[in-house]
Design a protein around this ligand. Structure first.
Ligand SMILES: *[C@@H]1O[C@H](CO)[C@@H](O)[C@H](O)[C@H]1NC(C)=O
Ligand SMILES: *[C@@H]1O[C@H](CO)[C@@H](O)[C@H](O)[C@H]1NC(C)=O
Ligand SMILES: *[C@@H]1O[C@H](CO)[C@@H](O)[C@H](O)[C@H]1NC(C)=O
Ligand SMILES: *[C@@H]1O[C@H](CO)[C@@H](O)[C@H](O)[C@H]1NC(C)=O
Ligand SMILES: *[C@@H]1O[C@H](CO)[C@@H](O)[C@H](O)[C@H]1NC(C)=O
Ligand SMILES: *[C@@H]1O[C@H](CO)[C@@H](O)[C@H](O)[C@H]1NC(C)=O
Ligand SMILES: *[C@@H]1O[C@H](CO)[C@@H](O)[C@H](O)[C@H]1NC(C)=O
Ligand SMILES: *[C@@H]1O[C@H](CO)[C@@H](O)[C@H](O)[C@H]1NC(C)=O
Ligand SMILES: *[C@@H]1O[C@H](CO)[C@@H](O)[C@H](O)[C@H]1NC(C)=O
Ligand SMILES: *[C@@H]1O[C@H](CO)[C@@H](O)[C@H](O)[C@H]1NC(C)=O
Length: 767
């Protein structure tokens, strides 16, 4: 480095110091409270005073501390959120009681939000099958954008009384706020954290959903039965959540700009205090920033550790950053991390040409053209508005078409990356067109979308465009009509992994396979807010009580709903038992009995996309054996990661010290197996607990390619419920050459003939 560069660097350093005097919001995390669940108001006040006291000792006075602190977490999570200078934050982090100090960051909702803005795969989905219990007496909570209380999905018809353990309430329990009932029993909002990061917004002080996302996820997890729910007439059927009999509570921590650490922790603290059973979290940060100090600066990882140590299961979305490797978020082992896959619903239509040719197409328009006549066809590039560049007309950009040329015709528009598909339809409609044919571009090929267009419209593949254009070239007066068909269910190959679904391995701990499972997350119909357009296109003034959304945000609450069912049937199951039941009964084949495919490659998907596989709720109710990961198991895992054992011991009632011999991360009693780096050999230990009838289980192994796997013992006999047995898996690399390195996948299954307890195996072989 030459001298000039050094001087330049020094200047940057000086200006950084200068900037450091600016106050920003931080979370000061102190671990657990000394008081238990039966704490009193005085205990909470004592906790807040201790926060003023601690911070005051750094800022010079308690008065200053009171000004700086905007959240004091007093119920279960111990800590506070405050506006501090960077140097102050650094100093406070050295205090012996402080576990971590981290900047208040923004997390994003894991929805693609508008399928007309974001290009995602559009193939099928349906709800998780019927299952005996409906989630009675269970309380399912979401940390999300709130709730649209008027939705039929949140009606309390047929609901039993509010569980006596409930300690929450509805803030703004008025008609203008969020009126609650026996179904929707809790609604609170938290916006001090986002107000600090994004201050110039006009936020309503209410948990009412102004985005749609929160109503969608809440109704998917535990919405009531609603017959006749549809999206402008499409996908007409009964809407229901995974746990339709469960009570629900909405903790609004997300706003138009995202969700902040400070609000997320406040939401967790309130939900735990209120005694919810399941927390569904369809949001996350970029995996990159969680990389830093691992779980200690991640409010979702920390909040969910508090939850799981109190018996509350937490289900999170894996993220929509796929198909790149390492893109999975929410990777803490105590979280259920959910990827997204398709369902077998299809919106077919056909395009009839004047020469009697029929082209397969896809559409979802609510109004169709009269079928007894044919309409003139025109290419949009031949219909540019006077004086306008034809490149704008080609992609049917707003106001680019000449009404004189377009009136009463079906207009052919080209797909592109700039103009939303829905907007193209609006352009044609505004110009007086009768309908639209959207031609796919070469890049997306035959990936067709059924969009909720504002006029009769359909989409055809790139390949089929040649047939359309050669017909148009062949005649002076080309004609066509579009005929939508019934929504079809069961026709498509499903599930397939959505390309957007985030992939493993975990950036933080590759020794834990993530995601854990996959669930429906493409074109999911669920409740929506009637304040906003369902398509996310501002010009779209239509409102619908139900809407299609895609993302791991949508797959996560499917699993939360199943977790609610399992909790309702087995109140004594802890979060890891629920998680194990869901994971070990998941399936890796599709509805055609073929290995599940990946839409991003067209090839077989891997456990880095689906974990143990696609959820099967009915099987999950009867898993036979489970991997019961105790809170102490998680703490030992955190010991290995270097967490302070004084902090860790606050999570148990019993005394806890880190074991003198550190546990291998691979040995966490997890329902799948992942080896971070296998040079020669490794032995991994697992412990199974019987939750079914007595039985003799035999193991079957599909070893990863070029890896030798031995399981000891190969037979486990269980004579009673609750009995535990341990087994070991020895793995030996047979790889000699460097080019054979990398992650390999296999599987392991214990079966008594009736139950099948499956685990995915991922091994990173290094030569
Ligand atoms: C853990 O934190 C406590 C204070 O809470 C401190 O006394 C102890 O030295 C710390 N231990 C380690 C290993 O850092
Ligand atoms: C803030 O929102 C309220 C309610 O939507 C509205 O009446 C008011 O005009 C808004 N104020 C600003 C400054 O945007
Ligand atoms: C909701 O209640 C809070 C107090 O809990 C109040 O500050 C706020 O203004 C209320 N919001 C609305 C929209 O009524
Ligand atoms: C949905 O289906 C039900 C009966 O299956 C029918 O009564 C209702 O009219 C349909 N709704 C729409 C919007 O098509
Ligand atoms: C139309 O726009 C394209 C791209 O913006 C440009 O390359 C082209 O020269 C324009 N044509 C005319 C006739 O202005
Ligand atoms: C579409 O038109 C808008 C103005 O109406 C313009 O801002 C935008 O750049 C156009 N998009 C493309 C891709 O030409
Ligand atoms: C493309 O279309 C031609 C006929 O137009 C057909 O023969 C061919 O199979 C199609 N290719 C694909 C990949 O669909
Ligand atoms: C219609 O316009 C598109 C885009 O400009 C062009 O690729 C296609 O060849 C045109 N088709 C006909 C029949 O003119
Ligand atoms: C149709 O004609 C246009 C313009 O003459 C030409 O660019 C295009 O290649 C033709 N398309 C087909 C499929 O024949
Ligand atoms: C195994 O591989 C890891 C990671 O490459 C390396 O750190 C370690 O030294 C290797 N151990 C042996 C015994 O080769």
């Amino acid at each position: 480095m030459d001298g000039r560069k050094l001087i330049f660097l020094a200047c940057i350093l000086i200006s950084t110091l200068h900037v450091a005097a600016i106050k920003k919001s931080y979370i000061v995390y102190l671990g657990n409270h000394a008081h238990g669940s039966d704490a009193t108001i005085e205990d909470y006040e004592r906790a807040t005073n201790s926060h003023y006291n601690l911070l005051g000792s750094y800022l010079g006075s308690e008065e200053r501390a009171r000004d700086a602190i905007f959240y004091s977490y007093t119920k279960h999570i111990n800590g506070f959120a405050a506006r501090l200078e960077e140097k102050e934050a650094e100093e406070i982090a050295k205090h012996p009681d402080v576990v971590s100090v981290f900047p208040n960051k923004i997390y994003k909702l894991h929805t693609t939000r508008s399928w007309s803005f974001v290009d995602i795969d559009n193939n099928m989905p349906k709800e998780s099958g019927p299952i005996s219990s409906l989630g009675r007496n269970v309380i399912v909570a979401t940390l999300d954008t709130g709730v649209w209380p008027e939705s039929k999905s949140f009606s309390d018809e047929g609901m039993g009384p509010v569980p006596s353990k409930w300690r929450g309430y509805c803030q703004n329990n008025t008609r203008e706020g969020v009126p609650c009932n026996r179904k929707l029993i809790g609604a609170m909002y938290f916006n001090k954290g986002i107000n600090d990061l994004s201050p110039d917004q006009n936020r309503t002080n209410s948990a009412r959903d102004e985005e749609g996302h929160g109503s969608h996820t809440l109704s998917t997890a535990a919405g009531s039965f609603v017959p006749g729910a549809s999206y402008f007439g499409y996908a007409n059927g009964t809407a229901r959540g995974g746990s339709p009999g469960a009570h629900i509570a909405a903790y609004k921590v997300c706003w138009a700009e995202g969700c902040s650490d400070a609000d997320i922790l406040a939401g967790f603290d309130a939900a735990l205090h209120d005694n919810v059973d399941i927390i569904s979290v369809s949001l996350g940060g970029a995996s990159a920033f969680i990389g830093g100090t691992e779980f200690l600066d991640d409010s979702i990882a920390l909040g969910s550790l508090h939850a799981v140590s109190r018996g509350v299961a937490v289900v999170c979305s894996a993220g929509n950053a796929g198909p790149d490797a390492n893109s999975v978020t929410n990777v803490a082992p105590w979280i259920v991390t959910v990827g997204a896959s398709t369902i077998d619903r299809d919106f077919p239509s056909s395009l009839k040409l004047g020469n009697k040719q029929i082209i397969k197409a896809s559409s979802m328009e609510s109004k169709s053209l009269p079928q007894n006549k044919m309409y003139p066809l025109i290419n949009s590039s031949d219909a540019a508005a006077p004086g306008l560049n034809v490149t704008l007309a080609k992609i049917c950009n707003t106001s680019s078409l000449d009404p004189e040329k377009v009136k009463g015709k079906i207009v052919v528009c080209m797909r592109d990356m700039e103009v939303a598909r829905l907007v193209k339809g609006m352009t044609v409609k505004d110009a007086g067109g009768a309908g639209m044919i959207l031609v796919n571009n070469e890049y997306w090929g035959d990936v067709l979308y059924a969009d909720p267009h504002v006029l009769p419209a359909t989409m055809i593949s790139y390949n089929d465009s040649f047939a359309l254009f050669s017909y148009m070239n062949s005649t002076k007066k080309p004609l066509a009509n579009i005929s939508p068909q019934q929504t079809r269910i069961g026709t498509e190959q499903a599930p397939m992994m959505a390309a957007f679904s985030s992939r493993g391995p975990s950036f933080v701990t590759p020794e834990i396979l993530k995601p854990d499972v996959t669930a429906p997350g493409v074109n999911i119909l669920a409740a929506f807010s009637e304040l906003v357009s369902t398509t996310g296109v501002p010009e779209d003034t239509r409102r619908s009580p139900y809407a299609f959304l895609s993302g791991t945000s949508m797959s996560c609450p499917h699993v939360s709903g199943v977790a609610g069912l399992l909790k309702s049937e087995n109140p004594d199951w802890n979060p890891s038992v629920i998680k194990s039941a869901i994971m070990t009964t998941a399936r890796t084949k599709d509805n055609k009995n073929m290995p599940m495919r990946d839409l991003s490659t067209g090839k077989e998907a891997t456990p880095f996309a689906y974990g143990n596989g696609h959820i099967r709720p009915t099987r999950a109710a009867d898993p036979g054996l489970v991997y019961d990961t105790t809170v102490e198991d998680y703490l030992k895992f955190l010991c290995t990661l270097g967490f302070n054992s004084t902090y860790l011991s606050s999570f148990t009632n019993k005394p806890f010290t880190c074991p003198s011999e550190t546990m291998k991360l691979e040995d966490l009693n997890y329902p799948s197996i992942s080896v971070g780096a296998l040079n020669k050999t490794i032995v991994v230990t697992r412990r199974l607990t019987n939750v079914g009838p007595p039985g003799t289980y035999k193991v079957r192994v599909e070893a990863p390619p070029r890896v030798h796997v031995a399981v000891i013992p190969r037979v486990l006999t269980f004579t009673k419920v609750g009995q535990e047995k341990t087994y070991r898996v020895a793995m030996m690399s047979r790889i000699k050459e460097e080019r054979e390195q990398g992650f390999k996948f296999g599987r392991l299954m214990w079966s008594d003939g009736k139950h099948r307890v499956r685990s995915a195996i991922a091994v990173n072989v290094v030569a």
